[in-house]
Design a protein around this ligand. Structure first.
Ligand SMILES: *Cc1c(COP(=O)(O)O)cnc(C)c1O
Length: 493
């Protein structure tokens, strides 16, 4: 195993700190027309020169190269961020979405002039319908949470149309935080359903909570513990019996691609995060796409436009009859749609099934390597991810999961998701994905086992980590709530 790299900490130099007043990147040609003072044209709106950096071209190139290499991404190292599916994103996706025939389209072009783009979207709708087992698909939503909103608004419109005023949505306690947030945004009350001792939905509790006031149940399967709910058919049937619909958070389909389908499990609606399962580089807020697939019953409520293939083989855009309206401008996040379609076609149907098998195998392999040193609150065969608890390290050595996460950075590994799901104490949620080699998985396990030893030998080492990153420990709340991301000129410049 390699030790933490000795890379010197990078400073936070800004482009404005570089160069000098007489450095130039571009030297404009000598003027061969009479000069026109801008003041005469624009009025005296600017009294001093704009505060632009003065930097040579080579210094610009180095500056941005340094920033790019300071960033950590899937292309720089292992990134087992649970629930986020940080799989390798094949470069052919990038090639396809940059083809001028896609990249240079104007969103106001008439449908007759963008037939190729519409055909791609139609093909993607069809593929996602097949993968999900649900016949109608909208590509509008721009993220997973956005898809949840679209799906739940469609469910609300369905109940409203039937004159059935329902007020509550049931959400398991293991749910992704976006689920209860979506419920609240739709004007419903989120009601928490407890998990049972096997990590699934507590079916008895669910049955007790279901009633004529429940509009929907909203859950993830496999759930955020990485566990497939063995009672899923009974769960969706119980919802339907009570007149509620079943919404599946399908942000992450990696474990079930080609194996089983949410539609076959009895779900009425689901969103799919293309940027996760279908491989678009994501993180830091974008880009994404969260298409929604629904049953025929919910299809009339989907946000449009949907792409239809007409009898003459041409493609056109249409809004469903009782559509909840637009979720996004134009045709959705088109570049992400091209990447997802490319990924699906390049991988093929058999390949997608392989994705699921490999993802599940990788997760179970890692789980077995780690589960003695790192307790697993729900120790079952897992799907695409599993959740360890750092509670023993905390109790025995005063080392928290946060310290472990920070220490992993010193070993060049992106930490797993931590402190989620909320029902696991000191949680580490690990999703290796299908694209990692056995050697990478072995090294990661060795590093985590080494860190457990470090915790016993020298807890202070972990509590002060990381040592090799450009910045050490940030105020996590301030970093989120008051991010300092943009340079502003000082008032006197
Ligand atoms: C990622 C994720 C979401 C949210 O998706 P965004 O695209 O980040 O809005 C919702 N649910 C689950 C289970 C997820 O993993």
């Amino acid at each position: 195993m390699t030790s933490p790299s000795e890379q010197p900490a990078l400073t936070g130099t800004l482009i404005f700190d570089l160069g000098s007043d007489d450095s130039r990147c571009v030297e404009p040609p000598v003027l061969d027309v009479p000069p026109i003072p801008l003041d005469e044209v624009l009025g005296a709106s600017r009294r001093s020169a704009p505060a632009l950096p003065h930097v040579t071209e080579v210094d610009i190139a180095r500056h941005y190269e340094r920033l790019a290499s300071t960033n950590f991404g899937v292309d720089s190292g292992f990134y087992p961020l649970g629930s986020c599916t940080m799989k390798y994103n094949p470069k052919i996706n990038e090639w396809a979405c940059r083809l001028p025939g896609f990249a240079d389209l104007h969103p106001y072009q008439p449908a007759s002039t963008v037939q190729g783009a519409l055909e791609l979207m139609w093909g993607l709708q069809e593929a996602l319908a097949e993968v999900s087992g649900l016949p109608a698909v909208t590509l509008q939503p721009a993220a997973g949470a956005h898809g949840e909103l679209a799906g739940l608004l469609a469910i609300r419109a369905y109940h409203t149309d039937r004159g059935d005023a329902r007020t509550r949505v049931l959400v398991p306690d293991s749910a992704h935080g976006t689920n209860p947030a979506t419920v609240a945004m739709c004007g419903y009350e989120a009601v928490q359903v407890p998990s049972d001792e096997r990590g699934g939905v507590d079916l008895g509790a669910l049955r007790r909570l279901l009633g004529t006031d429940v509009a929907a149940i909203m859950l993830t399967n496999p759930n955020t513990l990485g566990l497939f709910d063995e009672n899923i058919l009974a769960i969706t049937a119980a919802a339907h019996e009570a007149g509620a619909l079943a919404y599946c958070d399908g942000a992450n389909l990696n474990a079930i691609l080609g194996k089983t389908r949410p539609g076959d499990m009895g779900f009425d609606a689901l969103h799919i995060n293309l940027h996760k399962t279908f491989s678009t580089p994501h993180g830091g807020g974008g880009p994404g796409a969260g298409p929604v697939a629904v049953t025929d019953t919910l299809a009339p409520y989907l946000p449009g436009p949907l792409v239809a293939r007409d009898t003459d083989g041409r493609f056109s855009l249409a809004d469903p009859a009782r559509s909840i309206g637009r979720m996004r401008s134009f045709l959705g996040n088109f570049g992400v749609l091209v990447r997802a379609y490319t990924y699906i076609r390049a991988t093929g149907a058999d390949g997608l099934t392989d994705v699921a098998e490999q993802a599940v195998l990788s997760a179970n392999y890692l789980k077995v390597l780690l589960h003695e040193a790192w307790p697993l609150p729900y120790d079952r065969t897992c799907m695409h991810e599993f959740v360890l608890s750092g509670s023993r390290l905390r109790k025995e050595h005063g080392v928290r999961t946060l310290d472990v996460a920070k220490r992993l950075l010193d070993y060049g590994i992106h930490p797993p998701t931590v402190y989620f799901p909320l029902i696991v104490d000191e949680a580490l949620m690990i999703e290796p994905t299908e694209t990692e080699s056995k050697a990478t998985l072995d090294r990661f396990a060795a590093v985590l086992l080494r860190i457990a030893e470090e915790a016993a030998e020298d807890p202070g080492l972990l509590q002060a980590a990381p040592y090799t990153t450009p910045v050490r420990r940030l105020d996590e709340a301030a970093a989120i709530k008051q991010p300092d991301l943009a340079w502003r000129p000082s008032p006197d410049s």
